[in-house]
Design a protein around this ligand. Structure first.
Ligand code: A3P
Length: 320
């Protein structure tokens, strides 16, 4: 009950007070916990799910660092999984619900209330790094689909997201240059970015049946091949008949940036990732392009981040 929650919050605060901290992107303190940085809001929820969360054995997780394609991947996995129910005139809930409301976040929605999910749809999502996932997930046979993206585009997307949120609260956002400096030092929620990527990359090499590793860029280049791959990985491959009927293209169209960003719910709705901050759905749809970083970062900044990524990923077999 309530008393328990208060007690728990107190314990988490005690743990937090022992952790290394720095000033982060929103002027908040960021805490270093199990090798990754978190604002208190995220850390409390992480500690809570690490302690309490138990998946169903059939659950499939969409995992990502923020701003690397989570919304798109949620829409695609949801559309793929629910397609067989949509025979006849029924339309997908993707048309009336924001993707984040179709596939709940482990570290927000479910941290608040573990029953905050539709048990008939085994899709959940998380930004938690692989090594920080609840043991109950690691030791389960749950599948994980991870998406990541060019670091420069991820950073620019992240900065815009924060800046837009801040301005909506009449707060002056952190200058891009300062945010960039933090990002290059690994400081961001769920960061360092490179360690987030590496954790899932290595796990996907070790457990290829369990973890599917994707990039935003590959998905953009050949969405159809990836939609089929996703379906196969999720255990609901497209039948020949479905392919002939254009089911793959239908799903791609429904989940496209153009389609989703123009829906009423995504233009004017808000989502409750946490009751304290209703977030306008529209800020999850900015541009949806590859390489937009070049319009916002100098070539020198770009080269610096490329260099950091290259050094950090060296020897891993991954090029991003
Ligand atoms: P940009 O800011 O570069 O436009 P996340 O979903 O992890 O928060 O990532 C957000 C990024 O994905 C944003 O990138 C956003 O525009 C893009 N995005 C959202 N929906 C998309 C879709 N349906 N297709 C492709 N990209 C999408």
């Amino acid at each position: 009950g309530n008393a328990e929650r208060k007690n728990e919050a107190k314990n988490y605060n005690e743990v937090m007070s022992t952790l290394p901290k720095v000033k982060g992107l929103r002027g908040d303190d960021y805490y270093l916990y199990q090798g990754f940085w978190y604002a208190p809001f995220f850390l409390e929820r992480l500690m809570s799910v690490q302690e309490h969360f138990h998946p169903q054995s059939t659950d499939i997780f969409v995992a990502s660092f923020p701003k690397t394609g989570t919304t798109w991947l949620k829409a695609l996995t949801f559309a793929i999984f629910t397609r067989s129910r949509l025979s006849g005139s029924t339309t997908s809930s993707l048309l009336s619900k924001m993707p984040h409301d179709c596939v709940p976040f482990l570290n927000y929605n479910l941290a608040q209330n573990p029953s905050n999910r539709d048990l008939t749809i085994p899709l959940l999502s998380t930004h938690v790094p692989y090594s920080c996932l609840p043991k109950s997930i690691i030791s389960s046979c749950c599948k994980i689909i991870y998406i990541c993206r060019d670091a420069k585009d991820a950073f620019v997307s992240l900065w815009y997201f924060h800046a837009t949120l801040q301005r909506s609260k009449n707060v002056e956002p952190l200058p891009l240059e300062e945010a960039f400096e933090l990002f290059c030092n690994g400081i961001a929620n769920f960061g360092p970015y490179w360690n987030h990527v590496l954790g899932y990359w290595r796990a996907s090499l070790e457990f290829p049946e369990k973890i599917l590793f994707l990039t935003y860029e590959e998905m953009k280049k050949d969405t159809a091949a990836h939609v089929k791959k996703l379906a196969e990985f999720m255990g609901c491959s497209f039948t020949l008949e479905e392919e002939e009927e254009g089911e793959v293209q239908k799903i791609i169209g429904m989940c496209s940036f153009e389609k989703l960003s123009n829906l009423e719910v995504n233009k004017n709705g808000k989502c409750l990732l946490d009751i304290s901050i209703p977030i306008p759905n529209s800020i999850f749809f900015r541009k949806g392009e590859i390489g937009d970083w070049a319009n916002h970062l100098t070539p020198e900044m770009g080269a610096r981040l490329d260099d950091i990524m290259e050094r950090k990923l060296k020897g891993s077999g991954l090029k991003l």
